[in-house]
Design a protein around this ligand. Structure first.
Ligand code: DGL
Length: 271
């Protein structure tokens, strides 16, 4: 029995897609969510910067006495996961391996599309892992950087979002894509729009469910699960403007962030 919280972080609201699955699968765990809203987006930033931000957040979460860190951000998972694992004694879980596992389950023999931030796509993390597991599969990858600000601005159901999808993915429609990996934790918030864009003919895959499953396995393997029968607590930390985060998070989670869901501000040290 270990009632320390699980720390989950992303650049902004995207990691809530992972948070939600963890909450559903592990109702008794205490959760801390950290959104680095002052510095979002991470997608176009350099490896060094992503590693620095990730270490700062991991350190902050360690100070909150978390028992595990979930990097609910593909960009940070692609560019900073190995470094984080060597810099903390806590278990650290990223979203890329779970995302690849989820993709392989539905891939069949069709072309697999991968969309993500520039950092994730340029790292080749998904392309390499998918083809390592299924060498005969064709993978096409595309960076879609504007989708993150669209989600952060709560414009998920707008003409701007539709036009942006057309601009990035218009040619994907002609490529025989059977599954599309949403390799950015922000993108599942656009799922209805992406499904509509492909007329429901493409299987949309994200890493949230598999990541939650991996978290559970790790808790059991290390004997650090919280077996309390009460519902776990939730805390949300953001580095800027709690109000706009609370609006999107409340809409997405289907409940207002109030009561035990306290919003804290934590200012990063800008150099
Ligand atoms: N949600 C993150 C990801 O999965 C970061 C997006 C961004 O900040 O650019 O990559």
């Amino acid at each position: 029995m270990d009632n320390r919280p699980i720390g989950i972080f992303d650049s902004g609201v995207g990691g809530l897609t992972v948070f939600k699955e963890i909450r559903d699968l592990l109702p008794s765990e205490n959760l801390i969510y950290f959104g680095d809203t002052a510095r979002v987006p991470y997608g176009g930033k350099s490896v060094q910067v992503i590693q620095k931000f990730s270490s700062e957040i991991a350190h902050f979460l360690e100070l909150q006495n978390v028992k595990m860190i979930v990097v609910a951000c593909n960009t940070a998972s692609a560019l900073a996961l190995n470094k984080l694992k060597t810099s903390t004694s806590l278990p650290v879980i990223g979203v890329i391996d779970p995302g690849v596992r989820a993709a392989i389950k539905v891939a069949g023999n069709g072309v697999v599309g991968v969309i993500g931030t520039r950092g994730t796509i340029l790292s080749g993390a998904y392309q390499e892992r998918v083809t390592r597991l299924r060498s005969n599969i064709k993978v096409v990858a595309r960076a879609c950087p504007l989708l993150v600000p669209i989600v952060e601005e709560n414009l998920m159901n707008s003409d701007i979002a539709r036009l942006t999808l057309e601009m990035y993915l218009g040619d994907f429609k002609k490529m025989g894509i059977s599954s599309l990996i949403l390799a950015c934790t922000h993108y599942p918030l656009l799922k209805p729009l992406i499904a509509e864009f492909f007329s429901d003919s493409v299987a949309l895959v994200d890493s949230a469910c598999e990541t939650a499953r991996e978290v559970k396995e790790m808790l059991v393997a290390r004997r650090i699960a919280n077996n309390d029968v009460r519902h776990g607590s939730e805390q949300f930390f953001v580095t800027d403007s709690p109000e706009s985060f609370a609006t999107i998070a409340g809409d997405f989670l289907g409940r207002p962030l109030a009561g035990e869901c306290i919003l804290h501000s934590w200012q990063t040290e800008f150099e």
